[in-house]
Design a protein around this ligand. Structure first.
Ligand code: SF4
Length: 386
């Protein structure tokens, strides 16, 4: 083992928190295998050999967006070729189809639509509740929530906006829109989007209302290693506050997302390498000691890579995503799908035990498209930190 990692290994074994300086060492070490072993040690302490997946449906209701983030190849402006928007009837029908096929969750995000009223979003949630009552609705990034607060003319009342959405059927928030918590990167790559304080405020408000949330970091573009560490430490501090205040909800999962240059305004950049991807997952596992889960989003990182990531701190590889338009693996077709059997086999081949979960990490007992949660209490490891 790289000698610089030995004191960090001691801390991990003693259950002590890693410092910013430790994080720098983890990013600097050339000993990737030992880094992976340390992350694996923590992952197995929390989850043993279990790897979670879920059966879900991603739905991106519209690609029309008021912003033009540099790393984004998803958005369109009104009148541009390729723009689209789902009607409420289409969304209800897609949700019903997903539920009939056995999905436990629908994951909904979209652009910041320039014209749709707030009622479109609450009506969307109610329509899904009606057409697919068993589906958990995980919807709207913090960026969209702030947009909805603006269009509902309550820019400062996040609690009222989230309460309206929760009443209409919202079950939890995804973790998108965080990008990198740094003002320089913000101003260069996604000016106009909310800054870290607003992103964190949305999630803290959601936690107070009992809505579980996730967190992401979009890495591998113009940010520095220091920026990545700063981002992880801000997430860790926010989770500390939620736990200290005994809020009814908190962050469940961190999902490190690699920047994919294709067709974006930052397309000249190479994007992260596979080694960077695996390091980012392992460091996230080690630095975020109060997050229960680390997810590899296979649709961006490929299923074979996700298999490897399970030995580098990852315990969740998301689900049988049937449609995902926002970003995709370079060169892949837009429609990416993987069956349950394929997903379970990939997990087993990597030496882990596949466990289907619902959005709240409860084990799912399944008979074809019919399912129930095994135990209404959270799965082992979801409740505590390292
Ligand atoms: S990343 Fe989101 S907010 Fe930014 S341009 Fe793309 S869709 Fe719009």
């Amino acid at each position: 083992m790289d000698h610089a990692l030995i004191p960090i290994a001691d801390k991990i074994d003693a259950g002590r928190r890693l410092s910013l300086e430790d994080g720098r060492t983890l990013f600097a070490t050339g000993d990737l295998w030992s880094l992976g072993q340390l992350a694996d040690r923590v992952r197995r302490r929390l989850h043993g050999d279990v790897t979670y997946y879920n059966i879900n449906r991603h739905l991106n209701y519209s690609n029309l967006c008021a912003l033009s983030c540099q790393f984004c190849s998803f958005y369109r402006k009104p009148g541009q070729p390729g723009e689209y928007q789902y009607s409420l009837e289409q969304i209800a029908a897609e949700a019903a189809q997903a539920a009939a096929n056995g999905a436990t969750e629908i994951h909904i995000v979209g652009g910041l639509h320039p014209y749709l009223p707030f009622s479109y979003y609450t009506d969307m949630l109610r329509a899904i509740r009606q057409s697919a009552p068993t589906l958990h609705i995980k919807a709207f990034t913090a960026v969209e929530i702030v947009h909805l607060a603006r269009i509902s003319k309550r820019p400062r009342d996040l609690e009222a906006v989230l309460t309206d959405l929760q009443t209409a059927g919202l079950g939890s928030l995804p973790g998108g829109g965080a990008e990198v918590f740094d003002d320089r990167v913000h101003d260069q790559a996604f000016k106009g989007k909310i800054r870290s304080d607003q992103w964190l405020a949305v999630h803290e408000t959601a936690h107070r209302l009992g809505l579980m949330t996730n967190a992401t970091i979009l890495y591998g573009h113009i940010e520095s290693i220091e920026d990545r560490l700063h981002h992880l430490l801000l997430l860790r501090a926010a989770q500390d506050r939620a736990l200290a205040a005994n809020l009814p909800a908190r962050f469940q999962t961190v999902i490190p997302l690699p920047f994919i240059p294709d067709d974006s305004a930052l397309g000249r950049l190479p994007g992260p390498t596979g080694l960077d991807d695996i390091r980012m997952l392992a460091v996230s596992r080690l630095m975020l000691d109060n997050f229960a889960h680390v997810k590899a989003f296979w649709i961006m990182q490929t299923l074979p890579f996700s298999q490897l990531s399970l030995s580098f701190g990852v315990d969740d590889i998301d689900g049988t995503v049937v449609w995902y338009d926002i970003t995709k693996v370079a060169g892949a077709s837009t429609h990416q799908e993987v069956g349950v059997r394929e997903l379970r086999m990939a997990i087993r081949q990597a030496g882990f035990q596949p466990v289907e979960r619902d959005t709240l990490y409860r084990r799912v007992i399944r008979h074809g498209p019919n399912w129930r949660v095994d135990d209404p209490t959270p799965a082992p490891g979801s409740e505590v930190g390292v």
